[in-house]
Design a protein around this ligand. Structure first.
Ligand code: GLC
Length: 479
């Protein structure tokens, strides 16, 4: 099978969050399973490192309709890990200075990209069996395919899958975009419209043959208004084509035995390097290293749905349990201010680094004892899996992919991997932190066994890549 994976970001080229990890690792896993895989993403010329650009070559260009205009689209190409990457270039849209998204014309930028993906397939005669489009930025791909391309020469019999990584970001704009920018005539308005707006994600849910999301629990949760950000009504009518597959992580990239980004290597069999990582982490962030207090790591975008309000409520109590807390992240000012304040209140116990610093993130995964993710909602979450791999015990709210990946330590089957709590409540979170720190302090043998089990847990893509392949084959009518 030939699979075209369309995404607005992918490791190692351009990343702002978990989508980039998935787009960097799932195609590689599909290729390892013998599938032909193509990834298409925008050519963010200011973001992609020169060391990568050296291997990326210009191949061709064409023009793409955006409303009534024709816009230049350059095509660049490279190969990596058995996967072919196409980068679609237009400096007006993608040469920007302040991150990948958040510009006034994002709707137009990704409408251009989506239409350009269709033109690429046609002009390069790619003939994929499957297009898997991801999140709102690529949501117009299945829409354009169905409206304009599916009956054209060399464009027939392409099957469409749309994957939701986070339902909160939908690509919602005023209806005036419809004809002028998206180039979609009024008589197709019903496909694009939702609650009086143009809604990219809703349209993809409407027209794609399958809708997937990134964990089985999230696939159910988004049918509930508490999680759906308004899309439960459309999703309820599409349950026959919706499912959830748990993401994996790239176990080569996240490997404490071979990771050059951490100060000492370690493994489930030989864990002494982890103590070195803890000491070096504390030194780096300026916290004392003499005592053996448990270190809680937190690496997150500082936004509401990550559950930071619970941490705000229970912070003093967490510190009174004897913990140190190492925080890395950036986002809303209210949370950045709060963590700065906590650092000043507890200078020997709390460190806060404001930013998105992958190298420090790895040192936290490796050097902390526990990792806190009290998310209000979490489609999948990758940090809990990465933490496990580095022997750091997750404390999570049982929602979305956190629920599907972290069985509780207290379960009678003895297979628990972390500490979980159910309701979105600060005292419940504190209860989970307390259970975790008690085990750490009172039973070092059991703690050691838990760390070993965590490190041995398998969250590689092997399993889930097979589920995607099964779905793709079903669409192609293969066994
Ligand atoms: C989004 C979700 C996160 C998920 C990631 C990759 O960032 O918020 O939960 O792990 O996408 O699918």
């Amino acid at each position: 099978m030939k699979i075209l994976y369309a995404t607005s970001e992918a490791q190692p080229f351009a990343a702002s969050g978990g989508l980039a990890d998935v787009a960097g690792s799932l195609p590689k896993a599909l290729a390892a399973e013998g599938q032909e895989c193509i990834v298409v993403l925008p050519y963010y010329v200011n973001t992609i490192k020169d060391s990568h650009k050296e291997n990326i070559r210009y191949v061709d260009h064409f023009y793409v309709s955006v409303g009534w205009r024709a816009q230049y689209c350059g095509v660049f190409q490279t190969e990596l890990n058995g996967v072919t990457y196409y980068f679609l270039d237009n400096e007006y849209y993608f040469k920007r200075d302040f991150g990948l998204y958040g510009y006034y014309d994002d709707g137009e930028r990704y409408a251009f990209f989506s239409r350009a993906v269709m033109e690429l397939i046609q002009k390069f005669d790619l003939r994929p069996d499957i297009i898997n489009a991801n999140d709102w930025q690529c949501a117009l791909i299945p829409v354009y395919y169905n409206l304009y391309y599916r009956n054209q020469y060399n464009m027939q019999n392409i099957h469409t899958v749309f994957t939701i990584h986070n339902i909160q970001y939908q690509g919602r704009y005023g209806l005036e975009l419809l004809e002028e920018v998206l180039g979609i005539p009024k008589h197709y308005k019903n496909i694009m419209e939702y609650d009086g707006d143009v809604n990219f994600m809703k349209a993809a849910i409407e027209v794609s043959e399958k809708v997937t999301t990134v964990s089985p629990t999230y696939a159910t949760e988004i049918l509930d208004p508490w999680f759906s950000h308004g899309l439960d009504r459309i999703l309820k009518s599409k349950t026959y084509k919706t499912c959830g597959f748990l993401n994996g992580i790239d176990t080569d990239m996240y490997n404490p035995e071979k990771d050059p980004a951490i100060p000492a290597s370690f493994s489930a069999k030989s864990k002494s390097g982890k103590r070195v990582c803890k000491k070096k982490l504390l030194e780096e962030v300026g916290l004392p290293t003499e005592d053996d207090a448990p270190v809680i790591g937190l690496v997150s975008r500082l936004v509401e749905h990550k559950g930071l309000d619970l941490i705000k409520c229970a912070f003093d109590e967490m510190i009174s349990l004897g913990c140190k807390v190492v925080i890395l992240g950036s986002g809303e000012a209210q949370y950045e201010n709060f963590f700065n304040e906590m650092h000043y209140r507890y200078p020997d116990k709390v460190s806060f680094t404001c930013g998105y610093i992958p190298a420090l993130a790895k040192k936290i995964y490796a050097g902390a004892d526990m990792f806190l993710m009290p998310s209000k909602s979490e489609p999948c979450g990758l940090a809990q899996m990465i933490s496990l791999r580095y022997g750091t015990i997750p404390i999570v709210r049982a929602t979305g992919g956190l629920k599907d990946s972290i069985p509780d330590y207290g379960e009678p089957d003895g297979k628990g991997l972390g500490f979980t709590f159910q309701s979105y409540n600060a005292l419940d979170m504190l209860g989970a932190v307390r259970r975790c720190t008690e085990l750490y302090y009172n039973d070092s043998k059991a703690w050691g066994a838990l760390v070993t089990r965590a490190m041995k847990a398998d969250f590689s893509w092997a399993q889930s890549a097979k589920l995607y392949i099964g779905l793709y084959k079903e669409l192609c009518g293969q066994q």
